[in-house]
Ligand binder design. Structure first.
Ligand SMILES: [Zn+2]
Ligand SMILES: [Zn+2]
Length: 201
């Protein structure tokens, strides 16, 4: 697929076209090229780790075919526009991020468009990769096997009893614990004062 086709697809899924989606599509294309994939690979040969969510990722998904549902896309939410592309066969990993001055470069690229948003819309479709991105080989701190894990593995949490899939349990003193029980969770269950609520019924 060429950029226009990728953007068409991205726009359909996202319901509008915006500079971040175009940036995502371009990064997706650059990442595949860097790992010598000529089209979105089948069979989970490409794993991508995005450092943010939002419009940007929809462009990356349209270009690479990687999705959360297929377990080929993970979001490590650093709040940064950047993606690491991993060849799951070789473990080769390449991180691509926009150059720090990409917005200034975009405006310089389309000098007759004073509105930054529209300058970026145009520039991100026409600037060469080397003016847009920093492309760096990186070493993953976890193996691909650990990151992906074995789908279908299950244990029950020894505290809350809920099932934990894909080897995401943490071992604590011989117990299997889910992350919500072992770590500060992202949620808590409010304590219900039963006596108080009943007396108010
Ligand atoms: Zn958008
Ligand atoms: Zn638990």
């Amino acid at each position: 697929m060429n950029l226009a086709q990728i953007l068409e697809k991205s726009m359909q899924d996202h319901d509008h076209l915006c500079p971040r989606q175009i940036l995502g599509a371009r990064i997706g294309m650059a990442g595949m090229k860097a790992l010598n994939f000529t089209e979105p690979p089948k069979k989970k040969e490409l794993l991508i780790i995005s450092e943010t969510d939002g419009c940007f990722v929809d462009g990356v998904i349209a270009a690479t075919g990687c999705t959360v549902g297929h377990r080929t896309l993970r979001v490590e939410d650093y709040g940064k526009v950047a993606v690491t592309f991993v060849d799951t066969k070789t473990s080769r990993a390449i991180r691509i991020a926009p150059k720090l001055d990409i917005r200034e470069q975009a405006s310089a690229h389309i000098p007759n468009e004073p509105r930054h948003y529209f300058a970026q819309m145009q520039a991100y479709q026409s600037m060469p990769d080397e003016e847009m991105f920093t492309i760096a080989e990186v070493q993953l701190n976890k193996s691909v096997e650990e990151i992906v894990s074995c789908a279908g593995m299950r244990v029950n949490c020894d505290m809350c009893g809920e099932e934990i899939m894909n080897e995401r349990e943490l071992k604590r003193d011989g117990l299997n614990l889910c992350r919500a029980c072992a770590l500060p969770a992202y949620y808590q269950v409010p304590i219900v004062l039963t006596a108080f609520s009943e007396s108010n019924l």
